[in-house]
Design a protein around this ligand. Structure first.
Ligand SMILES: Cc1cc2nc3c(=O)[nH]c(=O)nc-3n(C[C@H](O)[C@H](O)[C@H](O)COP(=O)(O)OP(=O)(O)OC[C@H]3O[C@@H](n4cnc5c(N)ncnc54)[C@H](O)[C@@H]3O)c2cc1C
Length: 506
């Protein structure tokens, strides 16, 4: 069976899963394998891995929400990116895998009163995920850009490591020949084999809820093919029609922005969308005497010396993205773009004490997203950028171009001091790709809209099972944590549903 052709949409099912990313795909696979009838409704299209060049403009147009141009308003505003395609963010991300740290699980359990959060169970689930996604290290040498980051950290005596990735490699492949083991390669085909139906091009508008129970979801479906190659949003050329599916339960897995927005649109109250968390990130471009640029992959090394407050890594660096990184002081930096193969882009990501909000607005599909950095966040961003610049100088960079308006070129340690003096978060091009915590899970009802296993407290059968549930930004790459919680919660749903059935038939 083809995995990406929409068949007729059923009128009724046991479970509707909204969204097919890290949370939705795993939920659908487990539930279908346990014998539930499952329909997954996904707003984006199915685009197989390898069909588009990673981190290209074409990929941003077709697989990112809003072509990659989405923003949390604030002072300063912070750009964020989300996937909008079958597989969600897992199709377009860097594939860097980190287990949820045990200390973090303990803090979440204590602070948010999460019941039955068991270290051993999470470790066992992580092992299952690692095997299903073929998580491992790159074969042979990492890329030159990755080695520069590693070498700079080693020269400073700072802790660094290579993050494993969900990639498979051909037998004699090198670090850049990996195939991303995203959801369209793993859990979505698994769910479909077990009988789940995936409907793409289908936006869920509303959950129909009465007396705390969802009875149906209403959706808009565009059946037509997508006109590709355009520089704007993909153009759906077919007709749009609306419909509804009656269901016994809903798993909302639309990501940390759109899950709270859908719950709010459906009239669900409580602490939903008030605690958006992410890792604000500041960037720089570094120019080296040798060729370092790989235009369709990212470095695998990370510097963890200042973790969890600050971590450093490498970003996508094709010529367009190098130009973007230089655009903050184009008049001064522009000469580096002609030498782009010697330039790579790096980031410092911080664990922020700030918070954001997601508010659905009547009449609009996209919610209003805001975020406020604290004074401490601004200070940590400044110091992160300074230390990242130092790492680059130690790694042999001849020039460093920080991403803030009017930034100076940094060639030595003295320049670094001056750069830090002139830095202000208000002038910086901040961004993030790790969004979470808009529907935190736990039994503390003042802070948690969902219970310890993702059920919305005020409902009998509406569940959230994606990045929204993570109580705070984890300080590490989040997809491993998202999948671990999604699988744990799906298992609990299956176990309690079977117990309910057994009780009824006894
Ligand atoms: C560029 C980038 C790089 C990243 N790199 C890494 C990395 O290296 N390592 C890591 O651990 N994490 C990384 N992440 C983060 C990781 O991808 C996310 O944490 C993860 O995908 C979140 O899973 P999710 O299920 O919450 O949401 P998503 O994966 O975003 O899935 C949500 C899905 O819901 C769909 N949807 C939304 N609204 C609706 C609606 N109303 N109706 C129907 N469908 C809807 C969306 O189209 C989307 O497909 C990266 C993210 C990005 C964007």
């Amino acid at each position: 069976m083809s995995t990406h052709m929409n068949g007729p949409v059923p009128y009724e099912t046991d479970v509707v899963v909204v969204g097919s990313g890290a949370g939705g795909a795993t939920t659908a696979a487990l539930l279908a394998e346990a014998g539930f009838s499952v329909v997954v409704l996904e707003e984006g299209r199915w685009i197989p891995q390898g069909a588009l060049r990673p981190f290209s403009l074409e990929q941003m147009t077709q697989q990112y929400r809003g072509g990659g141009v989405t923003v949390a308003l604030g002072r300063p505003s912070i750009a964020y990116a989300e996937g909008r395609c079958a597989g969600g963010g897992t199709e377009i991300n860097s594939g860097l895998y980190i287990r949820p740290p045990t200390e973090l699980l303990h803090r979440w359990r204590r602070d948010f009163h999460i019941s039955d959060l068991d270290d051993d169970e999470i470790a066992e689930i992580c092992a299952e995920v690692e095997s299903s996604l073929s998580v491992g290290f790159v074969p042979g040498r990492p890329t030159a850009a990755s080695e520069r980051l590693r070498d700079g950290a080693i020269a400073l005596g700072w802790q660094q490591n290579e993050a494993p990735r969900w990639m498979t490699y051909p037998p004699s492949g090198d670090a850049t020949s990996g195939r991303r083991q995203s959801m369209t390669e793993t859990y979505l085909p698994r769910g479909i084999r077990a009988g789940a139906q995936l409907v793409t091009g289908c936006v869920v508008d509303r959950l129909e809820i009465q007396h705390g129970r969802v009875s149906a979801v209403s959706y808009r479906l565009n059946d037509g093919p997508v006109a590709s190659g355009s520089k704007s949003e993909p153009q759906h050329t077919g007709a749009t029609r609306t419909g509804r599916i009656r269901c016994g339960a809903v798993f909302v897995c639309a990501g940390a922005i759109h899950s709270p927005a859908l719950l709010q649109r459906s009239g669900i109250g409580g602490p939903i969308g008030r605690t958006l968390a992410f890792h604000p990130t500041v960037k720089l471009a570094a120019r080296f005497p040798q060729v370092v640029n790989v235009d369709d992959d990212v470095p695998v090394h990370q510097v963890k010396e200042f973790s969890p407050n600050i971590s450093f890594g490498g970003s996508a660096s094709n010529s367009g993205l190098v130009a973007l990184a230089l655009s903050d002081h184009w008049q001064v930096f522009k000469d580096a773009v002609t030498d782009w193969q010697h330039v790579a882009v790096y980031y410092a990501a911080i664990t922020s004490q700030g918070k954001g909000r997601v508010r659905s607005i009547p009449g609009f599909h996209d919610p209003l997203v805001t975020y406020h950095l604290t004074g401490r966040d601004r200070h940590v961003l400044r110091s992160g950028l300074g230390r990242l610049g130092l790492t680059m100088l130690q790694a042999g960079a001849t020039e460093v171009y920080p991403s803030f308006r009017g930034a100076p070129v940094v060639r030595n340690r003295a320049d670094l001091g001056a750069m830090q003096q002139s830095f202000s978060a208000m002038k910086a091009s901040l961004m993030t790709v790790h969004l979470c915590s808009t529907v935190p899970l736990g039994e503390d009802r003042d802070r948690c809209a969902a219970d310890s296993f993702g059920r919305i407290h005020s409902t009998a059968n509406v569940y959230v099972n994606d990045a929204s549930l993570l109580p705070t930004a984890p300080g590490v790459n989040p997809q491993g944590s998202v999948m671990a919680f999604a699988i744990r919660n799906a298992r609990r749903f299956i176990a309690t549903a079977h117990r309910r059935t057994a009780r009824t038939s006894a």
